[in-house]
Design a protein around this ligand. Structure first.
Ligand code: AMP
Ligand code: ZN
Ligand code: ZN
Length: 371
């Protein structure tokens, strides 16, 4: 008998189980004679722990080379939430590039009680363990408002915007602003293959061609001094392999529960649908990513179009971040929010919203590793 890890995506959950079976040739690593501990259905590849680690780490380095994500000596600021993706990004960048590149970490505290504080604890612990300098910036400090104050208003007032969209805009504002202040050459995020494929399909379904042009391993089309280039080294790495890598290498990360406000996100439905397809047709996610890459090359704006876009960029009159309008999207949202009378009272989620939360269970990815 021997034990191996079985990765399955049932509906929206990713389950990593330890299984045992009798040994036969099907259960041997592709690269050596050891027993396999993991099967990647899209290959299919069967690997022992050592060869899975090599495969996983080589792909990470290959993505960096292939998309020229950064050069030697460039200063990298990694946005770390404490979740598996950003913790693995930090671990691998530190393992392979800490000699060639200065690395620091940015942790954003959105102000979500009983959720973000636990994740931040793990992010800080990891930085200390690896000896990487970290900085914590809170929504409260930059915008004078926390997510716990914003979200009840959004949930009661749908026309103001979605919870995750709002939070994402504010987070990106902090990331760019802080990266620029500390003169980072690149701002690194932990977005993985599944995140990218979900975004692409969402953009197709919502007819958002501009967003399709703007995303990718190195998103953005306009070069501007005030924009710090964002990069995604896990762009070609499937989410469930990140969970397996953490399990095999005892990498601590926050995986207890999802953000209490994320259940409204449309993305959850796309995740569910795409996971179902990947289960049924292994390799589907890679196929969508390759199609996206081919399409992007054909629709990238010309030099002329880029110059026009560049000329339209100004600095936000409130926060100084680059924007096409007088006031940037973040400041516009914050203003709208602050104008809501409700915020002056102490915000509490109303009975109606509570009922809604109870009825609509969380549907974000659950990445628990059942040992
Ligand atoms: P998400 O949108 O939650 O999937 O996050 C995507 C990426 O954004 C993560 O992998 C991190 O790199 C970064 N990120 C998200 N939340 C935070 C946070 N609170 N602090 C720092 N970085 C974050
Ligand atoms: Zn092997
Ligand atoms: Zn602004």
């Amino acid at each position: 008998m021997f034990h191996y890890l079985k990765l399955t995506m049932t509906k929206n959950k990713i389950i990593v189980e330890k299984k045992s079976t009798k040994l036969n040739s099907k259960f041997v690593c592709d690269k050596c004679n050891k027993k396999k501990v993991i099967t990647l259905n899209y290959g299919p590849h069967n690997f022992c722990k050592k060869h899975f680690n090599i495969f996983f780490e080589n792909r990470f380095k290959k993505t960096i080379r292939k998309y020229s994500l950064f050069k030697s000596k460039e200063k990298l600021l990694i946005a770390v939430s404490g979740g598996k993706d950003s913790i693995v990004t930090l671990t691998l960048l530190n393992k392979f590039y800490s000699k060639s590149n200065p690395i620091e970490v940015l942790i954003i505290d959105e102000g979500v009680k009983n959720y973000r504080n636990k994740a931040i604890k793990i992010a800080k612990k990891t930085c200390k363990k690896l000896g990487v300098k970290y900085h914590i910036i809170s929504f409260k400090k930059r915008f004078g408002i926390t997510n716990d104050e914003i979200m009840p208003i959004l949930l009661e007032n749908k026309k103001l915007g979605g919870t995750c969209a709002f939070c994402g805009v504010m987070r990106r504002n902090i990331m760019n602003n802080f990266a620029r202040k500390m003169k980072a050459d690149k701002l690194v995020t932990g977005h993985n293959l599944n995140d990218e494929v979900q975004s692409f399909v969402m953009n197709v379904f919502n007819n958002e061609i501009e967003r399709i042009i703007r995303s990718g391993a190195k998103p953005g089309i306009i070069k501007h001094n005030n924009f710090v280039k964002r990069i995604k080294p896990l762009y070609e790495t499937p989410e469930k392999e990140i969970i397996a890598y953490c399990a095999f290498n005892n990498i601590e990360h926050y995986s207890q529960e999802c953000c209490p406000y994320s259940w409204t996100a449309k993305r959850n439905e796309y995740r569910e649908m795409l996971n179902k397809f990947e289960n049924r047709f292994p390799g589907n996610d890679y196929s969508i990513l390759r199609f996206y890459e081919t399409l992007k090359k054909k629709i990238t704006p010309t030099k002329n179009e880029k110059e026009i876009l560049q000329k339209q960029l100004k600095e936000c009159s409130i926060c100084g971040e680059p924007t096409e309008k007088k006031i940037c999207k973040t400041c516009e949202l914050i203003q709208k929010m602050k104008n809501e009378k409700k915020i002056k009272k102490k915000n509490k989620i109303t009975k109606n919203t509570k009922k809604f939360i109870k009825k609509n269970k969380l549907t974000c990815a659950i990445t628990k590793y059942n040992k």
